[in-house]
Design a protein around this ligand. Sequence first.
Ligand code: PYC
Length: 403
Amino acid sequence: MQLFRNNRMWGTHDLKSSYDVVIIGAGVHGLATAYYLGKLFGVRKIALLEKGYLGYGASGRNTAILRSNYRTPEGIKFYNAALKLYEGLSSELNWNLLFTQCGHLTLGHTDTAVTGLRVRAEMNQLLGVNSRIIFPAEIQELVPHLDCSDRPRYPVMAALYHPPGGIIRHDAVVWGLARACDRMGIEIHPKTEVTDIQVSRRRAEQVITNRGQISADVIINATAGWASTIAKMAGVAMPIVSHPLQACVTEPLKPFLDTVIVSASLHVYVNQTGRGELVIGSEIDPYQSYSMKGTLPTLEQMASSSVQLFPQLHNIRVLRQWAGICDMTPDFAPIIGLCDELENFYIDVGWGTYGFKAAPAAGRYLAELVATGNTSAIIAPFSPDRFRRGRLVGEKAAAAVSH
Ligand code: PYC
């Protein structure tokens, strides 16, 4: 089995002056779109442009949680389609993505939170997604080290249990998709920053980069964090505000936690990796920013909330802390499709804190739209014109953290 071609996962290329498709952003969304364009629709003259290294943005900064226990029918169907694609991706790519469907628990500590979880469980079940409400005795069995007593300030009252949820290696997803794209002749261009987009007669004609100028029949904005900046270059305004989301990782511990634990009330989520480290994430920062640095108040909040859930963690050292940028839309749902203003400028943006888990479905169905003009029912609710039409998809209640 040949894993590496010339010892490289993907090759380097000179930038050509034209392509059929230019994708701005070579994170999991851009890569998945290119992968499905090549694999399902035979479109391979594609350049993927990435301003940093592969995985530098949100694709390598998320907490690698996958789940489909959303709140709206539109969101549940969409994220479930993504989860199903993730389930088959390791064998499809012949690359182990280390996907563990260890189960996902969203804890409720108040009557209001539990009511919200019940509504999600009902909606999930109606649409065939495996989710149910469980109570402290069963929670304690699943997570023996969780403090389910009445000692904490916010005792655990119930949880939404979603067995198919879990964690995956996010960098493996990036590398596996990049390798598959490369093998189809799709070009990946790291360190290639887009500085402008030239528009003429309702078409995005030229992408200007720090390495030269490119023309393309189709241009796709698949960026996270810089979605509105890139759209603005093409004269397109996006209803997006960008906030950092912080996370940290601890020193490795003996395995003790084999589910994902989320508490929206405490603004924290915790999972243990195969290496034993705890990955802990927080709420989005209260202020808009493009900073990818961690802050002490958020570190304190992540630490104190985690210790409230697992008091035995009080002496654990934190190894690293970082932030990624989340593009938040007014309804906490993404924006996917052809933008209203231009004939050939597609967008796959506005993922807020949900982007990583969506990538295969967003890529699969955006590829179909680009290649055939067909808008699948899976992505139709997320069209860019929904804000003008007043057809919002309120997905805030499904947030792992409460925003
Ligand atoms: O929606 O599962 C989620 C999530 C985890 C971290 C940020 N969002």
